[in-house]
Design a protein around this ligand. Sequence first.
Ligand SMILES: [Zn+2]
Length: 53
Amino acid sequence: MRKYYTVEGDVNAKKAKEAYPKLALCDRCVSHYIVINEGDRTYDECAKCGADD
Ligand SMILES: [Zn+2]
């Protein structure tokens, strides 16, 4: 089970979508990001490692 997280991306990006992308991440991968906001749980695969169990 993954969760959607709004994370700090490219802070110099002009578009909010790139500066603060919303990604489905597993518990392991989310530790590599600075989390701005935590969202709903999802069955989508992890955006970083592709885990989909
Ligand atoms: Zn992952």
